[in-house]
Write a protein that binds this ligand. Structure first.
Ligand code: PHE
Length: 353
């Protein structure tokens, strides 16, 4: 019986053509449930006499099969390697594969730079949804339904009615409401993100980006606001002296309110800051209106503060001399490879504060 098994096994091994099927044969013979293993298990039930002779035969059998498998394995591996070497060729004269390196979009880069500078001034970051409800985007910000200020924002309306009406947020100011309602004063944070207005011309795109800032504490005044904005702009533009102008303005959610302008020189295809006699508006700001604080359950006699909102595209255009706003969203890889940033160019405050 064992002689038969040996002959049969050796025949299968010798007929085997690939190392994978050789492995299958090994498992079928010597694996946990293999034929030889099963035979060896039966030894336990045999008489001591039988066990002696049968045991020796089976071990001999196992050894012979193991040796045959080993020899065959070497032969197969060799021939498989030779076959691969014969078919696979490496042509070292072929031109190298060009690796395309991606670039960071200026909006992302500038948003990170802004975040780093405000972090150093003690501001954390907050976020809110792009799809807002009417209440957060307008009503809670002291812009009631019939208020003419609603017309200042060319809103993209989505669906719903009344305060449940949803809109694409027209500014990042609703993040003020969400954050104040979710926590307790004092607050000091910025919120950067996409904003939307139904407006499209040389200097407006339907989607753009803003960074909102809010500082609520006791005894905060407009001087803190002015100091904070000027310090931010000085570090951001890496200039000792950035001309900043606060132009009186109106926002329903701040009182008093101002528009932030920054001094620049404009020519046909360049824009330079800190020189020249032109001004470019980069955002709005003011002292948070008492009604906004009340709408968030905060006592305006105890707490007050300032808020600001700046356009990220404007800041990016000024800092990096990008003349045309619309090019930001054209997805032109040539533009991106020119104005984009190296992924490892991580904003830091070196030379900053
Ligand atoms: N939300 C205003 C806008 O988009 C900007 C602003 C923010 C003004 C905060 C004052 C305070 O026009």
């Amino acid at each position: 019986m064992s002689q038969e098994l040996l002959l049969e096994s050796l025949a299968t091994i010798s007929a085997c053509k690939t190392s994978q099927s050789l492995e299958d044969i090994r498992v079928a013979l010597l694996g946990k449930k293999g034929k030889i293993t099963e035979e060896l298990k039966k030894l336990g039930g045999a008489s001591p006499e039988e066990r002696k002779t049968l045991g020796a035969t089976l071990n001999q059998l196992k050894q012979e099969i193991t040796d045959a498998l080993e020899v065959k394995k070497i032969a197969l591996t060799d021939s498989e390697l030779n076959a691969r070497l014969a078919t696979e060729k490496l042509d070292v004269t072929l031109p190298a594969h060009v690796e395309q390196q991606g670039k960071i979009h200026p909006i992302t880069q500038v948003a990170e730079e802004i975040t780093a500078i405000f972090a150093d001034l003690g501001f954390s970051t907050e976020v809110g949804p792009d799809i807002e409800d009417d209440e957060h985007n307008f009503t809670a910000l002291n812009i009631p339904e019939s208020h003419p200020a609603r017309q200042m924002h060319d809103t993209f309306y989505l669906h719903g009615k009344g305060d449940n009406k949803t809109v694409l947020r027209t500014h990042t100011s609703p993040v003020q409401i969400r954050t104040m309602r979710a926590g307790k004063p004092p607050f000091r944070f910025i919120a950067a993100g996409s904003t939307y207005r139904c407006d499209s011309d040389l200097t407006h795109t339907p989607m753009f980006h803003q960074v909102e800032g809010l500082a609520i504490d006791k005894n905060i005044n407009m001087g803190h606001l002015r100091g904070c904005i000027s310090e931010f702009l000085r570090v951001f533009f890496e200039l000792d002296n950035v001309p900043v102008r606060f132009r009186p303005s109106f926002f329903p959610f701040t009182e008093p309110s101002a528009e932030i302008d920054i001094g620049c020189a404009r020519s046909k295809d360049s824009l330079k800051i800190g020189a020249g006699n032109d001004w470019l508006e980069i955002g709005g700001c003011g002292m948070v209106h008492p009604n906004v604080l009340k709408n968030c359950g905060i006592n305006p006699d105890e707490w007050q503060g300032f808020a600001f909102g700046m356009g990220i595209e404007r800041l990016a255009m000024l800092k990096y001399g990008i003349p045309d706003l619309r090019t930001f969203f054209e997805s032109d890889v040539r533009w991106l490879s020119h104005y984009g940033f190296d992924p490892l160019h991580i904003p830091s405050l070196v030379g900053g504060l």
